[in-house]
Ligand binder design. Structure first.
Ligand SMILES: Nc1ncnc2c1ncn2[C@@H]1O[C@H](COP(=O)(O)OP(=O)(O)OP(=O)(O)O)[C@@H](O)[C@H]1O
Length: 248
């Protein structure tokens, strides 16, 4: 499997607090990788490092290397806009713009100088399994959609830019079980085209959708492997304890 995204000896501190400790990890192309681990172990921080979300925090110190294939994501000549176009992100809480459904997709296309017309918007909504539900309401404010629909709209907004990677930070944690299963179904379908890294606290979800799983603890990667191995044959005692619910 070709490596799409990787970190090498990554250390990250917020002021004096070291949050990521010497992380080396890689994510394979067209696979879904789940990041699991107890609250505060650094999953979101690792995810956010890949699209340079800490650039705005002067007290965040990062060293080590992060790559999209062989592109050094922190090289001085690489514009952050290009990175965020190639590496999309979906957050825990759906965050549609306070605009119409149509404009939510069109806006990102326009500011990235990509062709924007009804066909492109329709394609993105179809790809996110949302078109049939919204095709007659494209002018409606996106904030009137249900939580699950808003999250699929955010996924449509991300895929409209034709990224290579989609990072997802607990995308289902605010959703009911039916909406969650719809998004999981969508994520499995999206991996044919994209590389997906997803932070989740839901162990069943990791097992349902992830090809690989990475277990983190106190800022370190403790174990990584196929989801099947991590859940059925963990080598590290901490992984075994975490997945059986002894802590977290
Ligand atoms: N912008 C920030 N400024 C200062 N500290 C931060 C910042 N973001 C995260 N942290 C700290 O970094 C540590 C790791 O946080 P992070 O959100 O990455 O953990 P997590 O594993 O994703 O947790 P959770 O599962 O609860 O979302 C925590 O101690 C957190 O308080």
């Amino acid at each position: 499997m070709k490596t799409k995204l990787s970190a090498k000896n990554l250390n990250l501190s917020f002021a004096d607090k070291q949050v990521l400790k010497n992380i080396s990890v890689s994510f394979a192309e067209n696979e879904i990788t789940a990041l699991i681990g107890p609250s505060g172990c650094g999953k979101s921080t690792l995810l956010r490092s890949f699209n340079r979300m800490h650039d705005l925090f002067p007290y965040a110190k990062i060293n080590g290397e992060l790559f999209l294939e062989d592109l050094d994501l922190y090289a001085k000549n690489v514009p952050v806009t290009e990175i965020r176009k190639r590496i999309g992100m979906v957050f825990q809480k759906a965050n549609p713009f306070p605009k119409s459904i149509y404009e939510n997709i069109a806006y990102g296309l326009k500011i990235n100088n990509l062709p924007c017309n009804k066909e492109v918007v329709q394609k993105a909504l179809e790809e996110a399994y949302l078109w049939d539900e919204v095709k007659n309401d494209l002018k409606m404010p996106a904030t009137r959609l249900s939580g699950g629909q808003q999250q699929r709209l955010c996924i449509a907004r991300a895929v409209a830019l034709r990224p290579e990677v989609i990072l997802m930070d607990e995308p289902c944690s605010a959703l009911d079980p039916v909406s969650t299963l719809k998004i999981e179904d969508l994520i499995k379908h999206l991996k044919k085209k994209y590389t997906i890294v997803i932070v989740t606290h839901n162990m069943q979800q990791a097992q349902r959708i992830a090809d690989k799983t990475v277990f983190m603890y106190l800022g370190e990667v403790k174990e990584e492997g196929t989801t099947d191995d991590i859940f059925n044959n963990p080598k590290n005692e901490m992984t075994a304890n975490y997945i059986s619910g002894y802590f977290g």
